[in-house]
Design a protein around this ligand. Sequence first.
Ligand code: HEM
Length: 143
Amino acid sequence: MSADQLALFKSSWNTVKHNEVDILYAVFKANPDIQAKFPQFAGKDLDSIKDSADFAVHSGRIVGFFSEVIGLIGNPENRPALKTLIDGLASSHKARGIEKAQFEEFRASLVDYLSHHLDWNDTMKSTWDLALNNMFFYILHAL
Ligand code: HEM
């Protein structure tokens, strides 16, 4: 990824990173099978849990993971920390029986959200494609 792409990737994420609840909502809305894996949300009406404190906590953790990773990307010194984060995510999710296909669904919904909340021109799209290809390559590999 070029320096320009890295800067665009980080600055564009900064504009949406606090929309944690909206992002998790969009993921659950498009993928009831993902919602169903969360013991505290399974079988509940999404619109009625969206504004709960529990939903905010989980959104913060999940979307916050992206912020943590994105904050570390770009500096070779951070590679070991990135590897630890990704390996931890993969092992905790593998233990829960989350499948690769569900990570792909999550990714597709995240991209759909971004495409409606960022200036989704060709440069933006290709930058996010590249960044998520790298990130998901490592996650899926470790899963
Ligand atoms: C918990 C991130 C995809 C289901 C978590 C946590 C984080 C996280 C940071 C809390 C720490 C932990 O327990 O590991 C992510 C990210 C994802 C992703 C960044 C995509 C790249 C998924 C998918 C599913 C899922 C696709 C289900 C199909 C869960 C469940 C929990 C969890 C069930 C435990 C919630 C609880 O009871 O505390 N996730 N996750 N995650 N995630 Fe994910």
